[in-house]
Design a protein around this ligand. Structure first.
Ligand code: ADP
Ligand code: AMP
Length: 215
């Protein structure tokens, strides 16, 4: 199953991808998680990426294309992949299509998770993340023990880019650079719209109704 989870920041891509990855036993590839791991390790890539991420801007395409090319070539992707946060620009989408053609694993479906802007701001401002990749919401999806990850027991933190002014900039960047991909994938006949404003379980139900067709 070869899937892109698409949508604005805060739409619930990571939350759904975690569950879908377990449900279908395919890897969840989040470019945001890969970049944050590089930032935490202080790699050259991480140092360069942090300059953009902290301002709510996109990291340059050539960096992201390199990351995704290497990740998709790893053996665990032989059974499929769930991309989260990539592609975010038309050049990234074009590059993805070339990469996937070379390995003969074309995209099957792009799930466009739609959520109104004001709801996105509330979700992102209340998000608590874990280094293991889990994310929680202080109100909508709290951990069992305040401030502690249910899965790995580590302390939760608020992302630097989940501050209101950076959130607004990320939404501007989404509209300018990323939203045009809705049309791009619609024309390619790959787009399926998901109503993302419901409860986490309801959204999951809608998604598996679609993805079960690709098992
Ligand atoms: P994305 O990966 O698309 O940026 P996340 O999955 O990290 O978004 O979700 C953003 C925030 O919204 C998190 O705090 C998450 O717990 C919360 N969230 C995700 N889905 C829902 C939902 N359906 N309803 C309410 N809150 C949600
Ligand atoms: P995310 O975790 O998906 O919200 O991404 C966090 C930040 O990482 C974004 O605001 C960008 O700065 C950067 N980023 C993640 N994925 C990409 C991408 N595909 N293209 C450019 N920048 C990205």
């Amino acid at each position: 199953m070869n899937v892109v989870l698409f949508g604005p920041p805060g739409a619930g891509k990571g939350t759904q991808a975690k569950e879908l990855s377990k449900h279908y036993d395919i890897p969840h590839i989040s470019t945001g998680d890969i970049l944050r791991a590089n930032v935490a390790e202080g790699t050259d890539l991480g140092k360069k990426a942090a300059e953009y991420m902290n301002k709510g801007e996109l990291v340059p395409d050539e960096v992201l294309i390199g990351i995704i090319k290497n990740r998709i070539a790893e053996p665990d992707c032989k059974s499929g992949y769930l991309l989260d946060g990539y592609p975010r620009t038309v050049p990234q989408a074009d590059a993805l299509s070339d990469i996937l053609k070379d390995i003969n694993m074309p995209l099957e479906v792009v799930l466009n998770i739609a959520v109104p802007d004001e709801e996105l701001v509330i979700r992102l401002a209340g998000r608590y993340s874990c280094k293991c990749g889990e994310s929680y919401h202080i109100k909508f999806n709290p951990p069992k023990e305040a401030g502690i990850c249910d899965v790995c027991g580590k302390e939760l933190y608020q992302r630097d880019d989940d501050k209101e002014e950076v959130i607004r900039q990320r939404l501007v960047s989404y509209k300018r650079n990323t939203q045009p991909l809705i049309d791009y994938y619609e024309k390619a006949g790959l787009l399926v719209n998901i109503e993302g404003a419901g409860e986490i379980d309801e959204v999951f139900g809608q998604i598996i109704n679609v993805l079960d067709q690709y098992k």
